[in-house]
Design a binder for this molecule. Structure first.
Ligand SMILES: Cc1ncc(COP(=O)(O)O)c(C=O)c1O
Length: 410
């Protein structure tokens, strides 16, 4: 400690604290990686300033371009899914938007599956449309519908498995075959998969097909769901296997300033080691609930890819080892009004009404079927669909909750 005769000024104290020479000894090894927070990163000299490269992760230049903490999360996510590069975004939807903004330009055509995540459709219809990018839709359960919807201007096709809300599981390898054959004739068409449901655990999107001959070009994840696992974080990721494609996305990512909060990165890093176990627990509980729902006379149809008879069950069986924690049930519009179904939803106690999924708390959300689908058996059907996101509570307690709520459906 330095002794002083005169009290130092406040600004001297500030300078002393800002330039404090102490450095903790190296070699500290904790269970979780350290959290480095930065906007500014300092350079030791101008030579370092001029030579340091952020794009290939050999150095640090600015918080937005990466920190040791974001690099660690990116590497772990890439490994999980068999990808090579990862970009982090402030939400799953921001990751989806990044893909569209990076890879499409005026005059291009985009294709979305009928059961795409709703806000992804809105992004295309509103944001991409005003930049001169047209959007079409295809039936994800029919590769011929995709073949018919592709045009010489199509540059990007989104895939989703299982589909949002209605949970159909498509023939991904079949759809990719259609995209690759079209590409061979009309130039590059990229295949992007929203793999939030699979979470890098249920199947390998970069190695689909009997010999792994088909793979998507990129995947997007809402890390908001299973990777974070707490229902308290918003974050997204774009995973690629091709360096040139990654660089295209990365430059747009940088220009758009898509930073993520380092406290949130820490939370996702904390969630990842337990994700496979949590995913298996959500999965096991949801399968039990889906089977139970199938026996309920009030429910016209249960939608869950691991359930025989659910749309795309055979495709799920051929490519997946897990089935996540979502199950939907259809209430026939001729038997139950939406007000009656709302009463059922309101009667639930453990299932809380809320968007999203992948956290410990079970959630429920009702959707009107009218106008929801333009292809398949649900198209034009009246009625209500209720989606359950099964959390980590005791399955018996969740079944009892559903049982008592069905009594409100009279
Ligand atoms: C399939 C799917 N993709 C993407 C998202 C978007 O994730 P976020 O809420 O982090 O924007 C969601 C959110 O519900 C989703 O269900």
């Amino acid at each position: 400690m330095t002794s002083r005769t005169q009290p130092r000024s406040l600004s001297e104290a500030a300078t002393e604290l800002i330039h404090h020479p102490y450095e903790a000894p190296g070699g500290f090894q904790s269970v979780q990686p350290g959290v480095f927070k930065a906007s500014t990163v300092v350079f030791e000299d101008t030579a370092a300033l001029r030579s340091r490269e952020w794009k290939d992760k050999t150095g640090y230049t600015y918080g937005l371009h990466g920190t040791p903490t974001t690099f660690v999360l990116e590497e772990r996510l890439a490994t999980l899914e068999g990808g090579r590069q990862v970009l982090l975004a402030p939400s799953g939807l921001a990751a989806i938007a990044l893909v569209g903004q990076s890879l499409l330009k005026a005059g291009d055509h985009l294709l979305l599956p009928d059961n795409v995540y709703g806000p992804s459709r809105d992004f295309a219809r509103h944001e991409l449309a005003q930049w001169g990018i047209a959007t079409g839709f295809y039936d994800p359960m029919d590769p011929a519908s995709l073949a018919a919807a592709l045009t010489p201007d199509t540059r990007l096709v989104w895939l989703e498995a299982a589909g949002s809300v209605t949970l159909e599981f498509p023939d991904l390898a079949g759809l990719l075959g259609v995209i690759r054959r079209h590409s061979a004739q009309h130039g590059e068409v990229l295949a992007a998969l929203d793999n939030t449901w699979g979470a890098g655990l249920a199947f390998n999107p970069f190695d689909l097909g009997a010999q792994g001959e088909h793979g998507v070009d990129l995947t997007v994840h809402a890390l908001t769901k299973y990777p974070s696992g707490g229902g308290d974080v918003l974050m997204g990721a774009v995973v690629t296997r091709d360096e040139a494609l990654h660089l295209r996305l990365k430059l747009t990512h940088m220009r758009l300033g898509l930073g993520v909060g380092l406290n949130d990165v820490e939370l996702v890093l904390r969630g990842l080691p337990s994700m496979a176990l949590r995913y298996a627990a959500h999965d096991a509980s949801t399968r039990q609930i889906a089977a139970w729902l199938q026996g309920r006379p009030e429910v016209a149809q249960v939608l869950h890819p691991a359930l025989p008879g659910s749309p795309g069950h055979a495709h799920w069986q051929a490519s997946c080892s897990g089935a996540a924690g979502l199950v939907s049930m259809v209430f026939d519009g001729a038997r139950f009004t939406s007000a009656q179904v709302d009463a059922f939803v309101d009667a639930l106690r453990l299932f809380k009404i809320g968007y999203s999924w992948g956290g410990p708390l079970s959630l429920v959300m009702p959707y009107g079927l009218q106008g929801m689908r333009r292809f398949g058996p649900l198209a034009g059907q009246p009625g209500t669909l209720v989606r359950l996101a099964v959390g980590l509570e005791d399955t018996g307690a969740l079944l009892a909750d559903l049982g008592q709520a069905f009594e409100a459906l009279v």
